[in-house]
Each structure stands twice: as structure tokens, then as C-alpha cells.
Design a protein around this ligand. Structure first.
Ligand code: CP
Length: 303
């Protein structure tokens, strides 16, 4: 794999993550610079997106580069049967870096192995979403003043939610403690619990979204049940709205607690939370612009 690609958060060392966070902080102070002039970034979204695609494209526009791509694979020649390999080979003729979201786990890794230009994974199935993790880390650092020793409570779809998988892996550098709140059908996969065991990370698994869990939490990471990943519609209907955060549930929470959500939200966070100063999910999405400016510069080798 090209060393400038970003396929999985585990491709990055602790030092590289810290470097990207510092770079994001610089971009937040000055997001409009013409350092991507002459560069073309392709955004290939085989799955729907609002934040990831638009923040990547805004990142390019604010840095003076150009964007090509598609937001709906039906408008590409994939709909005529073109393979992913051929699509990547064609687009790499035109662009300096490819940002790609795909429904298949491993699609970004495969693309990075065949592509002459760097690939940035904008989400591959239920697997990884490393650029989301960079903005999550940036959001945690900005609001807590540190990444160390955080109690992080992940709620909702921990099986198919790629953002929680990437975040869990990234946080192992900073001694987190996790609460995993999910129903039995959507609990954290064994693979990630084994990862915690291997790295000496403590976690508590529960089906109860209790006041006790909320009150010991620093980062409350709510997630949407990923309806698009289910093969059993009835299972989705049964599990889609089991956990909802209401404003009154934050009444005795820690003063530093912040509510994060990768968004979109459906029923996981009631709108009565939005005006609570502990709600941080809209600023979190804004941080994606700066994190993605940093990621694109890394991919393009721009210091
Ligand atoms: N968080 C996230 O990936 O949002 P989008 O699906 O809107 O890109």
C-alpha cells in the first residue's frame, strides 16, 4: 500500500495521529489557503453521504484545489458493469488523490493496492471510517484538553457502526476505558473486544443505558442503527430505536461530558439535547473540515 493512503486508522502511528491533529488545529485557525492549487481530488461515493463528502470537498475548495467525482454510483459506469478496479484505474488518470466510500468491507484496502494515487477511505461497509476518527479525536482533544484516560461510552449499533470500530482502535494509545451499550444483536464484535484485551484496555458491556453509566462518562458517543447493513428487516425494526438520549438524562453528568454522534441521527438523540452546552455533535461535524484538510495534505505530500 502507498504510505500516503489512509485506509484504516491502524495505518497511523501515534506520532502521525498527533501530527494530523496539530495540522488540523492550524487549519482551524486559517482554513483558507491556496496550497492545493493545481491539485485534483476525486470523491467517489458508492454510498450516500452528507458530511464526509461535503467536508472533503469543502476542504479542497478552501485550499484552492479542484474536485471531480460522483455522489451516486448510478451516474457512473459502474451501473454499466465496470469493475471497481477499472474505475480506480480510470480516475487515477485524472486525479492526484481518490477519496472513496464503498459498501464493501475491504474495498478501500483493495483500491489502495492497485491505485497509482493515494486512496483515502471515506468508509468501507461496517469496517473503518478513519477520517471520521480523526475528527472525533480532534473533537475529544478540543473539548477535554487531552486524549488521555477518557471514559468513553459508545451507545447503539456497535456491530455495524464503523466509526466506533475506528475510534476504539485509535484510542488505544491514550489509556481509555469504554462502556459498550448495545442490545445483544448489535453488541461490539469479539474482534474489537479482543483488541481491547490485547492492549490492556478496560471495558464494560451492558444492554442498559443507565444513569450510572452516563454519570461516569467523559465522552458519550451515540450512534445510529445502520439500517442499510441489515439482512433481516424485522431485526432492524426491533433494534432501531432502543436507545434515545433525552436532555434530562444529562442532569447529573460530569461537567466536562460532551455528547458526540457521527451523524446522521435518527432517534438516538432527542432534539431537546441540542441546546445543552454538552451537545457537541454539530461542532464535531465542523471539525471534520479541518481534520480532512490535514488528511488531504498528508495524502498529497504537502508539508
Ligand atoms: N458521519 C458520516 O459519515 O456522515 P455522512 O454519512 O453524512 O458522510
Amino acid at each position: 500500500m502507498d504510505k500516503k493512503s489512509l485506509v484504516s486508522i491502524s495505518d497511523l502511528s501515534k506520532e502521525e495521529i498527533v501530527g494530523l491533529l496539530n495540522r488540523a488545529a492550524e487549519f482551524e485557525k486559517n482554513p483558507n489557503q491556496r496550497i492545493l492549487e493545481g491539485k485534483v481530488v476525486a470523491t467517489l461515493f458508492f454510498e450516500p453521504s452528507t458530511r464526509t463528502r461535503l467536508s472533503f470537498e469543502t476542504a479542497v475548495n478552501r485550499l484552492g484545489g479542484r474536485v471531480i467525482g460522483f455522489s451516486d454510483a448510478k451516474t457512473s459506469s459502474q451501473s454499466k458493469g465496470e469493475t471497481l478496479k477499472d474505475t480506480i484505474m480510470m480516475v487515477s488518470n485524472y486525479a492526484d488523490v481518490i477519496v472513496m466510500r464503498h459498501h464493501l468491507e475491504g474495498a478501500a484496502r483493495y483500491a489502495s493496492e492497485i491505485s497509482p494515487v493515494p486512496i483515502v477511505n471515506a468508509g468501507d461497509g461496517a469496517n473503518q471510517h478513519p477520517s471520521q476518527t480523526m475528527l472525533d479525536l480532534y473533537s475529544i482533544y478540543k473539548t477535554q484538553g487531552t486524549l488521555d484516560n477518557q471514559v468513553i461510552t459508545m451507545v447503539g449499533d456497535l456491530k455495524y457502526g464503523r466509526t466506533v470500530h475506528s475510534l476504539l482502535e485509535a484510542m488505544h494509545f491514550w489509556n481509555p476505558r469504554f462502556n459498550f451499550v448495545a442490545c445483544d444483536e448489535l453488541k461490539m464484535p469479539d474482534k474489537y473486544k479482543k483488541f481491547c484485551d490485547k492492549h490492556g484496555i478496560k471495558y464494560h458491556e451492558t444492554t442498559e443505558f443507565s444513569q450510572e453509566v452516563i454519570n461516569e462518562t467523559d465522552i458519550l458517543y451515540m450512534t445510529r442503527v445502520q439500517g442499510e447493513r441489515f439482512t433481516d428487516v424485522l431485526e432492524y425494526e426491533r433494534t432501531k430505536s432502543l436507545y434515545t438520549l433525552h436532555n434530562e438524562m444529562l442532569a447529573n453528568s460530569k461537567p466536562n461530558l460532551k455528547v458526540l454522534h457521527p451523524l446522521p441521527r435518527i432517534t438516538e438523540i432527542d432534539q431537546d439535547v441540542d441546546d445543552n452546552p454538552k451537545a457537541y455533535f454539530f461542532q464535531q461535524a465542523k471539525n471534520g473540515l479541518y481534520a480532512r484538510q490535514a488528511i488531504l495534505c498528508r495524502a498529497l505530500g504537502i508539508e
